[in-house]
Design a protein around this ligand. Structure first.
Ligand code: HEC
Length: 406
C-alpha cells in the first residue's frame, strides 16, 4: 500500500531539485544542456544515421532498436530525471536502470560499431581496421563474456559503496564518471552476451552470465529494499521535500533495481534460449561448420589434383574456375561456367561483376572481393561463409574470372 502510494507520488508531475520540489512547468526547463553530455549524444546520432544509410547490412529492426536505445539514453541523461536523481535516491536508481538495462542492450542490438565504421570516410575505415587489429588482443580480453561480466559486476557493486555513491551525488565530475562507467560496462556486458559470439558454443555461457547478472543485481536491490538504515545519508536533506523518509526512498530505489530489470534479463535469456533451441541460426551455423569441414577436406585433395593438372597442362587461362572447383565454392554457390556449381547455401554469383556490394557489407571492388574470398571472416566474423584456405594469389585468379560474369 505504502509502496503504491510512493509510486504514485513519483509519477506526479512535481519534481525536486537540490532540495526544492518543483512543479509541472519545470519539466520543460529542467533539462540538462551541458555540452559535454549533449554533444557526444548528438554526434552518436549523426554518425549512426549516416552509417545506417551507407551500410546496407543493418536490418530495419536493428536500426529501430538503436533509436529506441538512443531515446532512452536522452531521457536517462538529459531529462529532468537527472536533477531528480540528485535529490532522490530512487530517481537516481531509475536513471541508472534506464541506462544499463534498457538503453545499453537496445543500442547493442542496433550494431552501432558497424554503422559508425560506415559513417567515416573510407580510408579512415581501413585505418581503423589496422588499429582494431592492433588493439584486438586487449579488446578480446575484456570483451570475453567472463571478463565483461566481472567488469560490470565490480562497477555496479563498487559504486554502491556509500562513500563512492555519495561522492557521485555531490561532485559533478564523479557523477559523470559514474554514469560513463555504468553505461560503458553495461554496453560491454550486453555486447558480450547478445552480439559477440552468436554461435552454439557461446549460447550456454551467454545464458549463464545473464542469469548471474540478474541474480547479483537483484541481491543488491533486495539489500537496499530490506535494510532498515539508510545507506546514503546525503539524500536526507533533499528527500524530505518529497514527503518520503530516507528509508522509504531507499526501499523504493531497491525495488526499482530489483524488479523491472528482472523482466529485461528474463526476456534476454528467453530470446537467446529460443534462438539456441529452435536452432534456426544454431542449426545453420552447425551446418555451415560441417560443410566447411567437408569443403576443406575435399579441397585439400582437389588442390593437389589442380596443381598437378596445372603442372601437366601449363598455365590455364581459366585458372580461377579450377580454383573454385578445387575449393568447393560450388557446394554453396551457383556459379555460371563452373560445372557442378549449383549450391544454394550462399547467394548465386551470377552477374557478380555488376553488383554494388559484396555480401551486403563491402563495396564491390576487385581488392575487396579478393579480401572477402581469401578471408571472409576478416570482413564479418559472423558470416556463414567459411575461410576455405584459398591463398590470396588464387583468390586473385578467382576474382579475375568472377569479374567476367556481367
Ligand atoms: C559453406 C558455404 C560456402 C562456401 C564453401 C563458399 N561460400 Fe561464398 N558465401 C557463402 C555465404 C553464406 C555467403 C553470404 C555471406 C554473407 O552475406 O555473410 C557468401 C558470399 C560470397 C560472395 C559475395 C556474394 C554476394 O552476393 O555479394 C562471394 C563473391 C563468394 N561468397 C565467393 C566464394 C568463393 C569464390 C568461394 C570458394 C573459394 C566461396 N564463396 C565458398 C557461403 C559459402
Amino acid at each position: 500500500m505504502r509502496a503504491a502510494a510512493i509510486a504514485i507520488a513519483l509519477s506526479l508531475p512535481a519534481f525536486a531539485h537540490e532540495g526544492r520540489r518543483f512543479e509541472a512547468q519545470d519539466l520543460l526547463t529542467e533539462w540538462v544542456w551541458d555540452p559535454l553530455i549533449v554533444l557526444p549524444i548528438v554526434v552518436a546520432a549523426l554518425f549512426y544515421a549516416r552509417g545506417a544509410r551507407r551500410a546496407s547490412g543493418l536490418e530495419r529492426w536493428e536500426q529501430v532498436c538503436f533509436w529506441l536505445g538512443w531515446i532512452t539514453l536522452v531521457i536517462g541523461l538529459l531529462s529532468p530525471l537527472h536533477p531528480m536523481g540528485e535529490a532522490l535516491f530512487s530517481a537516481h536508481m531509475a536513471q541508472h536502470e534506464l541506462l544499463m538495462v534498457i538503453a545499453a542492450p537496445l543500442l547493442i542490438l542496433g550494431r552501432p560499431l558497424v554503422a559508425f565504421l560506415w559513417a567515416v570516410p573510407d580510408h579512415w575505415r581501413r585505418a581503423s581496421g589496422v588499429a582494431s587489429r592492433a588493439a584486438g588482443g586487449a579488446w578480446s580480453m575484456i570483451s570475453a563474456p567472463l571478463a565483461a561480466f566481472l567488469i560490470h559486476f565490480v562497477v555496479i557493486w563498487a559504486w554502491h559503496i556509500p562513500r563512492a555513491y555519495q561522492a557521485s551525488v555531490t561532485n559533478p565530475f564523479i557523477h559523470a564518471l559514474q554514469h560513463i562507467s555504468f553505461l560503458g560496462s553495461a554496453l560491454l556486458f550486453w555486447w558480450s552476451v547478445l552480439r559477440q559470439h552468436q554461435t552454439p558454443k557461446h549460447y550456454g555461457p551467454g545464458l549463464f552470465y545473464i542469469f548471474a547478472t540478474a541474480a547479483h543485481t537483484s541481491v543488491l536491490g533486495a539489500l537496499l529494499a530490506f535494510t532498515t538504515t539508510p545507506w546514503y545519508p546525503v539524500y536526507a536533506e533533499t528527500v524530505e521535500a518529497w514527503g518520503l523518509s530516507p528509508i522509504e526512498d531507499q526501499q523504493l530505489g531497491g525495488f526499482i533495481m530489483w524488479i523491472p530489470p528482472a523482466f529485461v534479463y528474463l526476456a534476454a535469456f528467453l530470446w537467446i534460449f529460443m534462438i539456441w533451441m529452435q536452432g534456426s541460426s544454431a542449426r545453420r551455423v552447425a551446418q555451415g561448420t560441417a560443410l566447411a569441414a567437408l569443403v576443406l577436406l575435399t579441397s585439400s585433395c582437389n588442390r593437389s589434383l589442380v596443381t598437378a593438372s596445372n603442372v601437366v597442362s601449363g598455365a590455364d587461362p581459366q585458372k580461377g574456375k579450377q580454383y573454385m572447383a578445387a575449393y568447393g565454392c560450388g557446394s554453396c554457390h551457383t556459379i555460371p561456367g563452373v560445372s557442378g556449381a549449383t549450391g544454394t547455401v550462399g547467394p548465386p554469383l551470377t552477374k557478380i561483376a555488376v553488383r554494388t556490394y559484396l555480401a551486403g557489407r563491402i563495396t564491390n571492388t576487385p581488392e575487396n572481393m579478393v579480401r572477402w574470398i581469401h578471408n571472409p571472416k576478416s570482413v564479418d566474423d559472423q558470416t556463414a561463409m567459411p575461410v576455405t584456405g584459398i591463398t590470396e594469389q588464387e583468390a586473385r585468379e578467382v576474382v579475375r574470372y568472377l569479374y567476367t560474369l556481367k
